[in-house]
Write a protein that binds this ligand. Sequence first.
Ligand code: IMP
Ligand code: MG
Length: 177
Amino acid sequence: MKNKIKIKKIISQARIKRRIRDLSEQISKDYAGRELILVGILKGSFVFLSDLMRDLKVDHQVDFISVASYGSATKASGIVRMLKDLSINIQDKEVLIVEDVIDSGLTLSYIVKNLLTRQPKSLNMVALLDKKKKRKALIPLKYVGFEIPDEFVVGYGLDFNERFRNLPFIAKLEGRR
Ligand code: IMP
Ligand code: MG
């Protein structure tokens, strides 16, 4: 059963690398001279974050937050539980949330609300992938790598039941919606 899942590459490693370099350049300009903290949402964002931060030309700190979103393997419910909180105090800091993919936006909107109570100086977000059509919640998404259709994707940190995070490209799962 396990090996029956088929995948199809939709964004190559080279395209991802180029896009991340562009994003890093833009972020480096926008945050020049400011105290930036990157907040990665575990686990999906760690690959994107590690590439993004190495292209950044501004000093920054990195921290992580981990949440569990109730729902099935492929659908978030919007009911969220904090598994790991930040270890850095973000009050009066410029916070940039780093996310792998935004689907309904429900998970992110919970995180945004939570982080805003800590009074950061600013709070923005960068997502590698955006499934805009599925959006149910308003979120401050400032930078986007790629807009993608409403398909379940894996690779480059994104998983399906914890598989495929290691793929160096983005692929869609075949034969399912
Ligand atoms: P949202 O709350 O509906 O925006 O869902 C966000 C979370 O669901 C993301 O942080 C991912 O962890 C997961 N997710 C949504 N779409 C995909 C996908 O296509 N592949 C892998 N994970 C996904
Ligand atoms: Mg995620």
